[in-house]
Design a protein around this ligand. Sequence first.
Ligand code: AMP
Ligand code: MG
Length: 430
Amino acid sequence: MISVEEALEKILGEVSVLEAAPVPILESLGQVLAEDIVADINVPPLDNSAMDGYACRAADTAGASEKNPVTLRVIDTVMAGAISKQEVTAGTAIRIMTGAPVPRGADCVVQFENTDEIERRAAQAAKPPATVGVLEAARPGLNVRRAGEDLAKGAVALRRGTVIRPAEIGIMASLGHSGVRAVRRPVVAIISTGNELTPINDPLPEGKIHDSNAYAVAAQVKRCGAVPQMLGIARDDESEVTAKIKLAKDADLLLTTGGVSMGDYDVVKDILARDGDMVFWKVRVKPGKPLAFGKLKSVSDDGRTRIIPHLGLPGNAVSCMVSFELFARPAILKMMGKPHLARPSVMAVLEDDVTNDGGRRLYDRAIIERRNGRYYARLTGSQSSGILTSMSLANGLVLIPEDRKEVRKGETVRAIMLDWNEEVDVPPQD
Ligand code: AMP
Ligand code: MG
């Protein structure tokens, strides 16, 4: 049996970054940029006002104060989106709204709060007031946003390899780009195997269970940003599983669940050994020991042969999801060109005793909390590999080394964060 690290290395060695494809910017959320984005315009395009106020010449405001206001003649009003035809000359000002281009002749904007605009408007009821008193001296450049100060024309705005988040989508939009080239999302085929499985919409005959793995795994695939291709259920029959696998011919990764243990009807690993190239079977990990990985040869419609990596996940619901986390997720992220493949982890104080006599690495489901600056981890009840609620309650996995037969309450262990959300932080209690 190989270690988790060896297994992961073998899997990552068989997958590579997918090719780039054009995509509308909003759909690229979470994908990786496959090109540098060069600013083909200045953002902002023109010098413009950062405040609602008066555009004027800073020199005219020298010595201005509340006691000694400088009075300027108001010659125009300009709002965002418009350009004033007037030029600011000595002793004049133009009322200006945030975002409006700074008029010719002006070198600063005095915000309304530093003028007597409000009193004057109230007194004169004139729109705009004919004159304004400036109550504070301004320096050149005050409240002026420079053309290109966010993105200068010709500069690289976003680098290839950047993970696209909302801010990056905003930058592309500000440059007027509606589409982008990004590493395409992998298509991940999912097949559930097992005579006991019933589709979720069908009534449950005696002795059968609903196929939950396909849905949990498809959701995990979606969370990675990849596209699940749900191919349904195959009974524990070599020809049926083989036929289903053929449907995955255009996928980038095939995930099957079940059929990789030692049972009489565990046919997946046999098919992998027969039709493909089995890289490994069984990993020194709990849950998830019966994990098979191999390469399947597939012939697409155009007659080309491709190699599809095939990860045979165990059937037990928890083993299946944890194996996905440990092995499928990093493979998918690598295909997507993501720079980080591992989840964040923290060192946490264990709040339960854990025994580990099988010589395997344990990934126990836990609730990780931070209290008074320290992380604590407590197990989510039964750690049996079929108890899916243990996964539902958990926000992390605590890692118990294979060489530790027992880890005691109070010891510090590594915890892999599956969800790093607000609930991790517990407010101080008194
Ligand atoms: P297997 O690895 O095929 O021996 O499956 C082990 C156990 O996992 C089965 O006995 C089922 O209880 C459970 N199981 C297998 N496949 C699924 C599935 N698609 N959805 C839910 N549970 C499953
Ligand atoms: Mg089975």
